[in-house]
Ligand binder design. Structure first.
Ligand SMILES: Cc1cc2nc3c(=O)[nH]c(=O)nc-3n(C[C@H](O)[C@H](O)[C@H](O)COP(=O)(O)OP(=O)(O)OC[C@H]3O[C@@H](n4cnc5c(N)ncnc54)[C@H](O)[C@@H]3O)c2cc1C
Ligand SMILES: NC(=O)c1ccc[n+]([C@@H]2O[C@H](COP(=O)([O-])OP(=O)(O)OC[C@H]3O[C@@H](n4cnc5c(N)ncnc54)[C@H](O)[C@@H]3O)[C@@H](O)[C@H]2O)c1
Length: 479
């Protein structure tokens, strides 16, 4: 490309990525200035709507319906039904495209044409990007909202034709007969359980032996035990080799006890984590400093990279890669870009994450691992209440961590049916630094799932009372 055919744009702000985070940043900056461009590589519509949150929840909902049918005999309502894989996937794509993606595209369509640029951006010098092969963008401030991509280890090279990731699994025409799911993180567990419930012979291969989102050993054990009653899981070990023949994709896996298992599958879903797309931005040309470990540091209050007018937001940061954080971070980055060099530190929300498995897993506020060694008491109960008994959903456990001296709720780990709702109540309490006593002052209906929240807080309150008595006794004896 000759210099003369290169188109050059000079703007104040360049946003890389038109996902949840980039659009969040765009909506703020575009209200203040016309001097901006948002650069998007690949299809518009966002990861969440196209290949993330929404198609995965549409699949899980279909699987829930299949599961209700398969278990309805218990309630004296025998039912029979056959899963039509093609219809499940067609409906998923229709709902996804007509509702969630279309909504997003309508918003993108309304964006002023000269604010949008298509192509892959990379830094070629501080303050300068190349987009595709024929456009250069000079900007004063940059928001890197370029998301992340699935990682596929090279051990899967020989079976690549049968490998799926979350980017491709929702495009299947029909459900496979069998699938190996690699990983035991949120994508593996959500999609693995859904596929199993839809009748796909599913085997899940983990690595570490634990579900790492939960941090209390008893919670980890309970979660694995509970999911393993339904799913075929090898929790700890590693895939040693793979090969393909007429039967399908073969997976040879060595368990941590040294035993090897070899099985053949129609498809292999690799869900072993995601990596930030920042590594493809040519950051070495951006002018920002790297740590000794070769990474760029980001301040979570401003999303700024060291002292530079470069901001990183959303999944690109590796920090809490979930939707509401991506949206918040895009807006925090925008505020700080608009006010640069003045910092506008944001108050971050307490962490909240939900696995839409059955039972669900939820983590709110500070984890047990973060609090270990501090003065805490733990409200700890099986995840059950009269309402859960009525639903025949009595698996799981709930732990709530209280500051032992003040009674303030610091965090919680949950494993239970529709735990998302109690998790949000706890998130509200933690956001407002509420004590267990304050939460216990609200009315709780009978019989509701919220009675479990009441009971676990009563358990924590009682443990705290005993803790304070011991503390007072100790003070008296040491006077
Ligand atoms: C299967 C799955 C299920 C999920 N489920 C949930 C859920 O239930 N709840 C939840 O909270 N979160 C969920 N998430 C996470 C959520 O989807 C993400 O946190 C969120 O979408 C991240 O938004 P983002 O703006 O950071 O990135 P994205 O939406 O990925 O946007 C980044 C954009 O930047 C573009 N881009 C990349 N590099 C360049 C470049 N060099 N130049 C120009 N453009 C570039 C990309 O093509 C992409 O369009 C899920 C994710 C997955 C994969
Ligand atoms: N409900 C939700 O909020 C939701 C749902 C889906 C995805 N997401 C987001 O997407 C991100 C990515 O999800 P993910 O599940 O891919 O990543 P993850 O980091 O949650 O899990 C990856 C898992 O793969 C395992 N692993 C890594 N290498 C392996 C190997 N070689 N063999 C076997 N196991 C291996 C890890 O030990 C880990 O358990 C999440 O961090 C999450 O933020 C969120």
């Amino acid at each position: 490309m000759s210099e003369s055919s290169m188109q050059t744009l000079n703007v104040e702000y360049a946003i890389i990525g038109a996902g949840t985070s980039g659009l969040g940043a765009y909506s703020k900056i575009s209200r203040k200035t016309d001097s901006l461009v948002m650069i998007q590589d690949g299809p518009y519509g966002t990861t969440c709507a196209r290949v993330g949150c929404m198609p995965s929840k549409l699949l899980i909902t279909a699987a829930d319906h299949a599961h209700h049918l398969a278990t309805s005999d218990f309630f004296g309502v025998p039912a029979s039904g056959r899963v039509d894989g093609r219809k499940v996937l067609e409906r998923l794509r229709r709902e996804r495209d007509d509702r969630f993606v279309a909504n997003n595209l309508r918003y993108v369509d309304k964006i002023t044409a000269h604010h949008k640029l298509e192509g892959r951006a990379r830094f070629i010098a501080p303050g300068r990007l190349r987009v595709g092969e024929s456009v250069e963008v000079n900007a004063k401030k940059f928001i890197l909202a370029c998301g992340s991509r699935p990682v596929v280890n090279e051990v899967f090279e020989p079976v690549m034709a049968r490998v799926l990731t979350s980017d491709t699994v929702f495009e299947l025409e029909d459900l496979p007969r069998s699938i190996a799911v690699i990983g035991m993180g949120v994508i593996a567990l959500e999609l693995g359980q859904a596929l199993h419930r839809l009748g796909v012979e599913t085997t899940i291969y983990g690595r570490s032996g634990t579900i790492n989102a939960l941090t209390h050993p008893a919670m980890q054990q309970e979660a694995l035990g509970s999911l393993a009653t339904e799913l075929d899981i090898y929790p700890s070990g590693q895939v040693m080799s793979t090969w393909e023949d007429a039967e399908g994709a073969w997976i040879e896996y060595e368990q941590s006890n040294g035993q090897r298992v070899t099985k053949v599958f129609d498809k292999v879903l690799v869900a072993t984590g995601r990596v930030s797309n920042v590594d493809r931005l040519g950051m070495e040309h951006s002018g920002v400093e790297f740590t000794e470990a070769g990474v760029v540091t980001v301040d979570p209050q401003t999303m700024r990279c060291s002292g530079h007018p470069v901001f990183i937001a959303g999944d690109a940061t590796d920090h809490l890669p979930v939707w509401h954080e991506a949206f918040d971070e895009g807006r925090i980055a925008a505020d700080n870009a608009l006010n640069y060099p003045e910092a506008v530190p944001a108050q971050r929300r307490p962490p909240l994450m939900v696995f839409f498995t059955d039972p669900q897993i939820a983590i709110i506020g500070q984890s047990f691992r973060q609090l270990e060694g501090q003065e805490i008491v733990i409200g700890d109960l099986p995840f059950t209440s009269p309402r859960h008994v009525v639903w025949n959903k009595i698996q799981g456990r709930i732990q709530v961590y209280l500051d032992a001296r003040t009674g303030v709720i610091l965090g919680a780990e949950l494993l239970g049916y529709q735990a998302e709702h109690l998790a949000h109540l706890l998130a509200l309490a933690i956001t407002h630094s509420m004590t267990a006593e304050q939460v216990l002052s609200m009315p709780i209906y009978h019989p509701s799932a919220e009675e479990l929240l009441r009971d676990v807080l009563i358990d924590a309150r009682e443990k705290r009372r005993r803790y304070l008595i011991t503390l007072a006794d100790h003070a008296i004896t040491t006077v």
